[in-house]
Design a protein around this ligand. Structure first.
Ligand code: ATP
Ligand code: MG
Length: 598
């Protein structure tokens, strides 16, 4: 809780001044809230006791001034709301999310379900803003009003003041008690809602898969069922909540009645004028009607609080790869050396890591039984073209991910031109790497935007033509209505699988990387296109360290060196001919998978 408060204040720090001004507004507003009933009381007393009309009218004029000022303050605070809560604060929060997000390692990103991420972030961002809004416009004014009322009443009449104070204390006590007994269930229900959001967002993402398999009815039923189950649990929770909340409401009614009764009694006793009765009644009834609303505000604030906390848990975690204190940026030649490198994937995080909810949600998936890489030793010389082959799950992609420092080795060391990868400035290093994955990630933007993505500066047309020739984009570019300026659709749906890969290759090449990595970059191409790409890779790899992960013999045969991977280890290395003579696993691979495709 302390940490939560600290973090939230930290986020709102840029708005410190604004908050200060708003707080002042509120104090003035709440004082005025006491002043106007007081003036009304004086007017009534003035009329009853037949004071000169000028005097009474003057008091009425003052009351008018108070109202006019309150209106003005209300207007100003609306302006603040518009300026800050509607725009500046959400922008600040969203930018913060992105900033935090990009500090995570690539591995950390892969470890989180994207639906969960999206849900937690959208709910969290929204809640963070709403929570502040609630505090500024509901909770703080309420606390101030109640506080001022109690103090003023105590000052005028300690008995009435004490009754109201007693009511407030019991009210707060019930609230805190509610908080404590329902907190755990609230956290659990919140996690279930996130899980439910994930379900829906996965369905939307995989809509085609569902349609092709004609599973619409089943998945909708399942989703609806899961919604209902969580809904039922939610209903029970909030049912309990409303019960206590009503109890709290009843207390308010009793205290209000006590104030009225005792106030009337005081007037009959002649202790106070009727004007004071008006003052007591208006003050206490104003304060308690605010408090009466508190039930709702409190419930909403709790919901917002748990969403924000979830957001903090996800977004405010340290990066699992530690940046060097003094990173170095040497000229990159492209020599890669693995020294006894072992790696094990971390267990995948479920929805929540906190102890109390573990039983409610699928928390941790079992980790891989063996290490993904075990004591890998290898050297790739600058400018060398090497290939990695091996059965599925052997660790080829993992190895490629280690080269871009998506993860750090659990054991051993990766050296780039003799420097430990962990010492290098990661941004600088990655700007020298071009990577083409099997599943090329694309923005729903133009072809030009997607190709030039890794290049901050302007790319000339000549250069575009050059890479599109190298990546064999020319073949399909003319078919696109606006050439490079054609929008390619979400995740590149308007391109074929092979075309997407070629965009990926062009994007890698346009960075003029020193190290080029192709992870199954040619696997979704037909033989003709594969040949084209193979030529492209050959041309592109001139003067660059090139790593090719592939299943097809044709793609790897001409490599300077082939590494054979088996269960997380290098089990053979050499040229195609050498391996065909000496390496049994390689012969097996060629025999089993590749011959037919050559
Ligand atoms: N994010 C991950 N979390 C946990 N385990 C993983 C993760 N990614 C891969 N693995 C496991 O690590 C092992 C190596 O996977 P990797 O993707 O490196 O294999 P690969 O050789 O590239 O296979 P393929 O030829 O099928 O692409 C596999 O057993 C896989 O199940
Ligand atoms: Mg792979």
């Amino acid at each position: 809780m302390k940490q939560f408060l600290f973090k939230t204040l930290e986020i709102y720090r840029p708005f410190q001044k604004t908050m200060g001004v708003m707080f002042l507004f509120m104090i003035v507003m709440q004082i005025f809230n006491l002043v106007s009933p007081y003036l009304y009381g004086r007017i009534i007393d003035g009329v009853v006791s037949q004071q000169p009309i000028q005097q009474v009218l003057f008091i009425a004029f003052m009351a008018f001034m108070v109202y006019a000022t309150q209106e003005l303050l209300g207007y100003l605070s609306d302006q603040y709301e518009l300026k800050y809560f509607d725009f500046a604060v959400p922008r600040h929060i969203k930018v913060r999310t992105l900033n935090k997000f990009f500090t995570f390692s690539i591995g950390q990103h892969n470890n989180q379900n994207s639906g969960v991420k999206r849900s937690v972030i959208t709910r969290g961002e929204h809640s963070l803003n709403s929570l502040a809004f609630k505090f500024a416009y509901e909770i703080i004014p309420m606390v101030l009003q109640v506080l001022f009322t109690v103090v003023a009443l105590l000052y005028i009449n300690w008995i009435l003041g004490s009754i109201v104070l007693f009511g407030v204390v019991v009210f707060v006590a019930i609230t805190i008690y509610l908080n404590i007994i329902l907190r755990e269930e609230m956290t659990a229900v919140r996690d279930l809602w996130v899980e439910n959001d994930k379900e829906q967002s996965e369905l939307i993402q995989n809509v085609e898969l569902v349609q092709v398999n004609v599973q619409e009815k089943r998945v909708i039923d399942e989703y609806s069922q899961s919604y209902e189950t969580i809904g039922d649990r939610s209903k029970i929770l909030w049912g309990q909540y409303t019960f206590f909340s009503s109890l709290r409401g009843l207390l308010v009614v009793i205290v209000r009645f006590a104030v009225i009764a005792i106030g009337i009694w005081f007037v009959y006793e002649g202790k106070y004028t009727p004007g004071y009765l008006v003052i007591f009644l208006t003050w206490s009834s104003n304060a308690f009607s605010r408090l009466g609303n508190f039930g709702n505000t409190h419930r909403q604030a709790l919901e917002l609080y748990s969403s924000v906390q979830k957001y903090y848990e996800m977004i405010d975690v340290p990066c699992d790869i530690v940046m060097a204190k003094h990173p170095i940026s040497p000229t990159i030649e492209g020599k890669i050396e693995f020294k006894n490198v072992s790696f094990r994937y971390p267990a995948r995080n479920g929805v929540d890591k906190s102890e109390d909810t573990k039983k409610d949600v699928t928390s941790e998936e079992p980790a891989l039984l063996r290490d993904a890489l075990t004591g890998v030793n290898l050297i790739v010389e600058p400018g060398q073209r090497v290939a990695f082959v091996g059965h599925s799950g052997a660790g080829k992609s993992t190895l490629a991910q280690m080269i871009i420092r998506a993860f750090d080795p659990v054991e051993g060391q990766i050296l780039i031109d003799g420097h430990d990868l962990r010492e290098l400035d990661l941004g600088y290093y990655r700007s020298h790497i071009g990577m083409v994955e099997q599943d090329v990630q694309l923005f729903d933007n133009t072809l030009r935007y997607n190709i030039a993505f890794g290049r901050p500066e302007e790319v000339s047309d000549a250069e575009f033509d050059e890479v599109s020739r190298l990546a064999s984009i020319e073949q399909f570019r003319h078919r696109l209505e606006k050439g490079f300026d054609t929008l390619i659709g979400e995740k590149g749906v308007k391109l074929s699988g092979g075309e997407r890969q070629r965009v990926g290759i062009a994007r890698a090449l346009i960075k003029h990387p020193k190290i080029l990595i192709f992870d199954e970059a040619t696997s979704s191409l037909d033989t003709e296109n594969e040949q084209l790409i193979r030529q492209s890779i050959e041309q592109a790899s001139q003067g660059r360290t090139t790593i090719i992960i592939a299943h097809r013999l044709s793609t790897i045969r001409d490599a300077d060196k082939i590494f054979v991977m088996g269960d997380g280890n290098v089990v053979g290395a050499g040229t195609h001919e050498e391996l065909m003579h000496s390496c049994k696993p390689y012969q097996n691979l060629i025999g089993k998978q590749m011959v037919s495709i050559v």
